[in-house]
Design a protein around this ligand. Structure first.
Ligand SMILES: Nc1ncnc2c1ncn2[C@@H]1O[C@H](COP(=O)(O)OP(=O)(O)O)[C@@H](O)[C@H]1O
Ligand SMILES: [Mg+2]
Length: 582
């Protein structure tokens, strides 16, 4: 968001989101004008009533209720229809904004998810825009309606007595100045409150995610204390906002009182030597008193408008300022699976040590290459380069001889299946989870589940493959989740397979089942396998040992054992994780 743009410009760009549907706008505007025109009718009716109503026979009495009920009937109908029309416009704009934001989540560079956690994004998409759209549109509509009322009342007053009306007109610039000063402060407070809300919801998210750890480590009191402090920060901001907001009304009313007393004094003085009738005077004072309400509303409108603009801008920032993943133009249905890392270096942040340094590695179609190395040596970073989850700093990575940056992103990602340590399961049916992103082919889903050794599990399900696996499938065991990921990879049927510590979290029994399923999966595919337990990769065509982002050894199991280097000592310990301890 550019601070240089003034508030009016920013307000207009926020409001421009709520342009459709046109017919609802037309109805809303007609209704608003109608309602505004009804306002001066009350004092206008008062004048003949007072001047003529109390003289006999000049006026039929039944006209009074007729006019009053008719007037309020029309005004009420206008308000009702107008409100519904505006709600339609608001909801329409809101939905479009939400969908645009959601789309941006899908094509944003992955750095977005490192900068913003799930609850902050949830807040923006679910709550902020909702509150923003409702408050902004309602406040704006209120402001327009009150301005129209004000204009029609002032026009009526000018018609009655223009000299007196000039005094009233002085009110407007002073109120405008006051609103400008206070709304600037309100805007800053609202931005801080958004951050505070994010922090508070993240504390809740964290507690939900780590509920077991928190209980096990007896960290409840500390978490509560943190939550309290965050809540306290929020209440402080809310109080400051109230102070800024609450100041506006009394100050405006004070201005109004000054103007009112001036008008009444002048009017009384004037009436002694002018020919203003009693009815005329009563109509003028009534009309003037009716000004107070719209002025009061207008003076209060700065708060909600500021709040609304800040919320909508947060959404617009997400849409307009989140970098989008870049895609090349090379199209290919199915790759052969020839991978080449050409002197690749990866640095996550400037000044940080290189996660990968000058990696030169070629993998032929159908070859199985295992990556081993201690934790933090860069194995996952290397694997994540392939579907472009990680961007490199130097070098190039090619698939079938084409730099993966030149590949069409969707085509590129279609070439890989990934099974990693953590398996994310969607809140959907088992079939939808296996076919992830595609319309499930039921026979193939079952086939893949069986091949992934999930046949027994399938028997226990009430609705077979249509059973909902639920929120991140907390009912599945670690091994079952892993096999679900394998079934997913089988269903995707890609030329290249990436296995990142797919079995390291499993006990021996489930590892055997998973391993068996993995072997079926690997058949005929180029495979990059990262394994913690070295016994599982002995049969790989080639084993590459990474240390601190560099390749230090490479060869078959037998050749590496023969040179008796790092791999050989790791193998004797049984796992790559123990290297540092050795
Ligand atoms: N998203 C990230 N941002 C910053 N540094 C990262 C990120 N991911 C990994 N690293 C760093 O890169 C190095 C290699 O990590 P990783 O590839 O996960 O190693 P491995 O999978 O071998 O354990 C580590 O020092 C890690 O701290
Ligand atoms: Mg890793």
């Amino acid at each position: 968001m550019s601070q240089e743009k003034n508030f009016i410009q920013r307000l207009i760009s926020c409001l421009s989101l709520f342009k459709q549907p046109t017919h609802a706008w037309v109805i809303a505007v007609v209704c608003m004008v109608l309602v505004a025109l009804c306002e001066p009718m009350v004092p206008a009716l008062l004048q003949p009533l007072l001047d003529k109503g109390f003289q006999q026979n000049s006026f039929s009495v039944w006209l009074v209720p007729f006019a009053l009920i008719g007037l309020f009937g029309i005004r009420g109908l206008g308000m009702f229809v107008g409100q519904v029309a505006i709600a339609k416009v608001t909801q329409n704009g809101l939905l479009q904004l939400r969908v645009q934001m959601f789309n941006r989540l899908q094509d944003a560079t992955l750095s977005l998810f490192r900068q913003q956690n799930a609850s902050a994004l949830g807040n923006t998409l679910v709550f902020e825009v909702q509150i923003g759209a409702l408050t902004l549109v309602n406040a704006m509509i209120g402001a327009v309606r009150d301005s129209l009322t004000l204009i029609s009342l002032i026009a009526y007053l000018l018609y009655l007595n223009w000299k007196l009306s000039l005094i009233v007109a002085l009110l407007i610039p002073s109120v405008a100045w006051l609103m400008k000063v206070l709304s600037r402060r309100l805007y800053m407070l609202v931005r801080s409150s958004q951050q505070a809300t994010d922090n508070l919801s993240y504390a809740v998210e964290e507690t939900a995610l780590a509920h077991r750890e928190i209980r096990l480590h007896d960290a409840q009191a500390l978490q509560t204390q943190r939550f309290r402090n965050l809540g306290l920060a929020m209440s402080r901001l809310a109080l400051k906002t109230t102070v800024a907001n609450a100041g506006i009304t009394p100050l405006t009313q004070l201005f109004s009182a000054v103007a009112l007393s001036a008008v009444i004094s002048v009017a009384l003085l004037q009436s002694q030597d002018s020919h203003m009738s009693v009815g005329g005077f009563a109509a003028f004072v009534t009309g003037m008193l009716m000004l107070v309400n719209p002025i009061k509303h207008l003076s209060e409108v700065a708060g909600p408008i500021t709040r609304g603009v800040a919320a909508i801008e947060r959404a617009l920032e997400l849409i307009n300022h989140t970098p989008v993943e870049t895609s090349g133009h090379f199209h290919c249905e199915k790759a052969k699976g020839h991978l080449h890392f050409q002197h690749i270096s990866v640095q996550y942040q400037p000044d940080h040590p290189y996660a990968l340094k000058e990696i030169e590695l070629e993998i032929k179609p159908g070859e199985t290459v295992a990556l081993v190395g201690s934790s933090g040596s860069g194995k996952t970073s290397l694997a994540n380069l392939l579907p472009r989850f990680v961007e490199w700093t130097q070098g190039d990575v090619t698939l079938d001889g084409v730099s993966i940056r030149d590949w069409d992103l969707r085509d590129l990602r279609r070439q890989f299946a990934m099974v990693s340590q953590t398996v994310v399961v969607m809140n959907d049916s088992l079939a939808a989870n296996v076919a992830l992103g595609k319309e499930p082919d039921r026979d193939r889903v079952v086939e893949c589940l069986l091949a992934a050794n999930l046949g027994d599990y399938l028997q226990t399900l009430p609705d077979h493959i249509d059973t909902l696996v639920g929120h991140n499938a907390s009912t599945l065991s670690g091994g079952q989740r892993q096999r679900l990921a394998i079934a997913r990879a089988m269903y995707k049927n890609t030329p290249i397979l990436i296995l990142d510590e797919a079995t390291s979290a499993l006990d021996n029994e489930s590892e055997r089942m998973v391993q068996d399923a993995l072997q079926k999966l690997q058949k005929g595919r180029t495979t990059l396998v990262i394994a913690h337990r070295l016994s599982t990769i002995e049969n790989a065509d080639r084993i590459v040992v990474l240390d601190a982002g560099r390749i230090i050894e490479s060869g078959t199991h037998q050749s590496l054992m023969n040179i008796d280097g790092v791999y050989a000592s790791m193998f004797r310990l049984g796992s790559s994780g123990n290297l540092q301890a050795s």
